[in-house]
Structures are given as C-alpha cells and as structure tokens.
Design a protein around this ligand. Structure first.
Ligand code: 3PY
Ligand code: MG
Length: 265
C-alpha cells in the first residue's frame, strides 16, 4: 500500500470519510478498514485502547489497506510522537483551546524545523515501506497529519490562530463537547443554532488558513451533509454505534416476526 496515503489524499484535495473505533480491538479496527474505509481512527481518549492494543491496531489497519489515525488522551503530548512512532499516519488531539496548545501539539508531532519530535520510529519505518531513516525523516512532516480538536468556546474564538499555527494540518470539530460547552452544560444539542453557526465558522477558519476542515459525525447521513458544507475529513459513526444499531435492527425484525402468527415461534 502507498506510504502516507491519508496525507496524500487530503493534501491533494480529496474528501475522506473515516471509520472510528473505540472498542480497543485490533480485529474490529481491521474489519472497518477491510470493509473499505480508507482511514480508521483508534480513539485512545474515550475509547478502550491501551498501548499494546494500539500497536497491534495500527498494524492491523495498515495491513488491511487503511491509514491508522490515533486520537490521543487529553493533553498527552508524549503519546503524540509515540503513536506516530507506532505507525499512525495522523494524530487527533482533543481540546486544543489556544495557540499555545496548538504549538505544543505541533512540537510533539513534527520534526525540526517545524517542531521537536524526537527521532525513533522503527515500526513506522516498517509500515511505510522500508524507508531509510533519513527518507522517513524527510517525508514525515508532510506525510503525517495533525488534527487540532475545536470543541470549546475558547477554541472557537482562537480557531483562526490555531489553524494558522505552523505544523497544524487540520481543525477537527468535536460537536458534542462544543454543544455541551456552548450551552454551559445545559444541553448537548449538536443541531442548536449556535452550534451550527460555530461549525461554519470553524470550517471557514480552517479554509482561510489553507488547512483541512474536519468534523466528527454520528452517522453517514450527517457526514454527507457536512461534506456538502465544505468539510473534507469526516468520521462516520463508531464501532459501538454500528454494533448497537445492527443488534437493534435484528431484534426489531425478530419482534415483528414474533407478532406474526405465520412465523415459527
Ligand atoms: C466530541 O464531539 O466532543 C468528540 O470529541 C467526538 O468524539
Ligand atoms: Mg470531545
């Protein structure tokens, strides 16, 4: 498979829809990639991934033809470079609220002169196709992506500065935290008018800085809607929601059949 496939697609102007995996299972992540999503996010902020499962999950997604991305835990900038060393092609960092947060994120993710990433990526070298170390060093800053999450009113007001920070490649909206914080904890309505306005403002801030606008979407219909509004990196549901929806649909079919006297129950 092509090295650094996700950055290549997004930097070439493609719109990319991605899977999202919280269960901490490399096989589930691999299944999502094998079904055809070109990227899969392994969520180590709210999901169940530990270090060992992340290493296995990143390899499993890559070998299934996808690009593995990792959402790191809150303010865990040590995990940013670690996940890149494991072979992740992109890092999503939650709650990037200020330009200083953005600079710290970029410093951890990018090699000099953009940042201060420490060199030592044996697994990433292997997954990206036998690059000599110096080739990886030359390719990694452009080949890997940093997505700064905008999900608070403070981040919203700093969105332009965060997007303009060298080494930040994308803004990625967390609509649920954004809706929660914009309503001061009163609601989590991602369709509220103030959330809708904020979503468009963040998209515009990313585009104005020449960066990729991204957003978390609960399902494919919303992802399509957001793509039509200008977003170019969209995550679609999660392994938990897909399993729950699938089981609920089966149970509904069985319940309907049980109510039908011609069925063999
Ligand atoms: C949010 O909506 O706040 C997210 O972080 C999505 O996972
Ligand atoms: Mg969030």
């Amino acid at each position: 498979m092509t090295a650094f496939s996700l950055a290549k697609r997004l930097r070439a102007g493609e719109t990319v829809f991605s899977g999202w995996c919280m269960m901490g299972s490399p096989i589930v992540a691999e299944t999502i990639a094998r079904e055809g999503f070109p990227a899969v996010v392994l969520d180590a902020q709210h999901g169940l991934w530990d270090t060992a499962s992340l290493v296995a999950g990143i390899g499993a997604v890559h070998h299934a033809g996808g690009a593995a991305m990792v959402r790191v835990p809150l303010a865990d900038f040590g995990m940013v470079s670690r996940a890149l060393d494991f072979g992740a092609e992109a890092i999503i960092a939650p709650m990037i609220n200020t330009e200083a947060d953005a600079r710290q994120f970029a410093a951890a993710a990018k090699y000099p002169p953009l940042g201060e990433r420490s060199f030592g990526p044996p697994r990433a070298l292997m997954l990206q196709g036998q690059f000599a170390a110096t080739d990886y060093l030359a390719a990694a800053n452009a080949g890997t992506l940093t997505l700064a999450m905008i999900e608070t009113p403070e981040a919203l007001s700093n969105a332009g500065a965060i997007a303009g920070t060298p080494g930040i490649d994308a803004l990625f909206i967390g609509p649920y935290d954004l809706a929660t914080s914009l309503s001061a904890g009163e609601a989590q309505d991602i369709n509220a008018p103030e959330v809708d306005v904020a979503i468009d403002r963040i998209c515009a801030a990313a585009l104005k800085a020449g960066k990729i606008p991204g957003i978390y979407c609960r399902d494919a219909a919303r992802a399509l809607d957001m793509a039509r509004r200008g977003f170019r990196f969209l995550t679609v549901g999660s392994d938990f929601s897909v399993v729950r929806d699938g089981v609920a649909a089966s149970l509904k079919t069985l319940a309907v059949a049980r109510g039908n006297t011609k069925d063999p129950f």
